[in-house]
Structure formats: structure tokens, C-alpha cells
Ligand binder design. Structure first.
Ligand code: AVJ
Length: 322
């Protein structure tokens, strides 16, 4: 490991440590979902997208094939894509394959090892494209350093309904920070899930093969490995709740007994049935999302909706900073 990489890892470890202590010290225990995505977690998430129940990725990829054909017409000058939370960049390949004029791709991801292996593969498959990987926590709002000399007008690509992981207030602040990534005349292509059907949603977040459960529990595995907590994995259970009033799916880790978890001098007590709230996935109807985005300075250019039985949407927006 180079000194540079070691420095990045230890900064992330400190931040993880602080988030775990703060989250488990609250009356309603929480852990931020961004910590799902270590190398193992990123691979588990890729496996979720291939389960029968998790419709989001399949639907969005199908829609992107159509959207990719229209983008060069709607945005004739488009040559740069910036992607916060790029993961395996699988959906991005749909755009890269369809849009000949693309010259720059800036994938931004918190999982540095994964990011660099993906960048290498893309480099081989799309030789005309310059790839500028940035290791960063994109939720760190305006602190992301972009490479110098990027073209001024860029498309921020934020698929997957990842925006759904943020509370409405945090989502608005994040969308606001995307202006820095997009540039003044920039654009945003964002994937939103508006599905409100309870069974469909519960199944999507609790697949019968148990991969989503593993993904959720991996947070505890990771804390044990990286921080030295002593979570007993057999004493926590994956749980999913749909809250229709607040338009959100919640993922929890439920303590199946009274127990105490230690981290250095800290002791975290759990009652049987108490949970750690690990993730929210907001499911926005289009109008609700449009007003949120508008408050963050983004105006709708065009909306596409799933033609199947979900309400997945892709929204193309433009900066409206006037
Ligand atoms: C990656 C945030 C889009 O919210 O649907 C999938 C994460 N969590 N299954 C989502 C997730 C459980 C996913 N996003």
C-alpha cells in the first residue's frame, strides 16, 4: 500500500469510528448507509441488483437505452459526464456506448480500490475517453476537488434513485452541491423511484435469497473488522418497513435479544426488538421531486417514466441559478 492510500484509509476509518459511536449513542440508534460500500458491500450491492425482486436497476437500465439515444439531440454539446457514487459504472456504460461525443468521464466513489479497478476496465473498453477517477465521499458536499481543465458544461449523472437515501432536506443540499460538479450551464440526469406499492417495495428490499440481509448485516461485519466492535452477527436480523406517509422504505438491524456491544471504552446496550436504523429509500412521485429539485436550482428539461409496472423515472434537469 502506498502512503497516499494508507492516508485515505485511515481518514475514512476515523470518520467511520466517529459515525458508529455517534449513531449508537442516540436513543434511536442509527448508522449511516454510506458505510455499506466497502469492497465486499459494493459487490453485495451488485448482487442485489441481479435478484428477481430488486426491479430498480433492470428498469432503469432499460430506460437508459432509450434516453441515451435522445441525449445527443437534447444536449448536442455534451462531452463530459461526472458521476457521484459511481460504483461499478455499469449504467454509465449504456451512455458511453451510445454517445460518440463523450470525451471525459469523472467517476467519484468512496471505495477507492473498487473505483480504480473499474476505471482500468473502462479505459480498456472506451479508448477515446479520458477517465479521471476521484476518491471522495460525495456527501461531503462542496469539498470535492474536480480535476483541472474539464470542459465547462457537464452532465452530472446520478442514477439508481440514490438520492432516495437522503432525507428531503439533505437531498436538497446535495442537489445544490451538484451545481459545482455540473458547472454553471450544467445538466443533471437523475434516477428517481416513485413506486408506492407496499408488497413490491418490501420484496425489493428483502429478497428471498437473503442477499439484501447480508448487505445490511455487512455493516456490522465491517465495524467488527475495521473498528474492533464485538457485534454477534447471529443476534441481529435484517428488517424492512414501508412508511407510506413519508414515502420511504426503511432498513433496520433488529436486535433479537438484550445485549451489549463494546467498542474500546464504549458500551452500547440493546433491548430485544430494538433496532439500528441503517437506511431510508425515499420514493418520490415526480411532482414532489420536482419541487425539491427546483428549490435546489434545477429545472426539468424532460421526464421519462417506466412503461412497466413500477414508477421509476429518469429526469433530465438544467441548472437554473438565475
Ligand atoms: C443504491 C441507494 C439506490 O436505495 O434502492 C438496495 C440501496 N439498499 N437495497 C436503494 C439498497 C437495499 C439502493 N441505492
Amino acid at each position: 500500500m502506498t502512503t497516499f492510500q494508507a492516508a485515505i484509509s485511515s481518514t475514512l476509518n476515523t470518520a467511520f469510528y466517529e459515525d458508529v459511536v455517534a449513531g449508537l449513542s442516540q436513543t434511536r440508534k442509527t448508522l449511516p448507509c454510506k458505510w455499506f460500500y466497502d469492497e465486499k458491500g459494493s459487490h453485495l450491492f451488485e448482487a442485489i441488483t441481479k435478484t428477481d425482486e430488486y426491479y430498480l436497476t433492470r428498469v432503469e437500465s432499460l430506460m437508459l437505452t432509450e434516453v441515451a439515444k435522445e441525449l445527443p439531440v437534447l444536449l448536442p454539446a455534451l462531452n463530459t459526464i461526472v458521476e457521484p457514487g459511481s460504483g461499478a459504472s455499469i449504467k454509465t456504460r449504456i451512455l458511453l456506448s451510445a454517445i460518440d461525443l463523450l470525451r471525459h468521464y469523472v467517476p467519484i466513489d468512496i471505495s477507492d480500490k473498487f473505483l480504480y479497478s473499474i476505471a482500468l476496465a473502462l479505459n480498456k473498453d472506451y479508448p477515446p475517453l479520458q477517465i479521471h477517477p476521484v476518491t471522495a465521499d460525495f456527501t461531503a458536499l462542496n469539498s470535492i476537488k474536480l480535476p483541472a481543465d474539464l470542459p465547462a458544461d457537464r452532465l452530472v449523472f446520478f442514477p439508481g434513485s440514490t438520492i432516495g437515501n437522503f432525507s428531503p432536506g439533505a437531498a436538497q443540499r446535495l442537489l445544490q452541491s451538484f451545481h459545482h460538479l455540473a458547472g454553471e450551464q450544467g445538466h443533471l440526469l437523475i434516477g428517481i423511484d416513485g413506486t408506492q406499492v407496499s408488497n413490491k417495495l418490501i420484496n425489493a428490499y428483502d429478497d428471498h435469497t437473503g442477499i439484501t440481509a447480508q448487505f445490511n448485516l455487512n455493516l456490522l461485519v465491517r465495524a467488527n473488522n475495521e473498528l474492533g466492535t464485538d457485534f454477534e452477527l447471529g443476534h441481529f436480523k435484517h428488517e424492512v418497513r414501508w412508511q407510506p406517509e413519508s414515502h420511504r422504505i426503511e432498513m433496520h438491524l433488529l436486535s433479537t435479544c438484550d445485549q451489549t456491544v463494546s467498542l474500546d471504552q464504549h458500551r452500547f446496550h440493546f433491548r430485544a426488538g430494538e433496532t439500528i436504523f441503517t437506511e431510508s429509500c425515499y420514493k418520490y412521485p415526480q411532482s414532489l421531486f420536482e419541487s425539491l429539485a427546483s428549490a435546489a436550482g434545477w429545472q426539468l428539461t424532460k421526464a421519462w417514466h417506466d412503461k412497466g409496472n413500477s414508477d421509476f423515472q429518469l429526469l433530465l434537469m438544467q441548472a437554473n441559478t438565475a
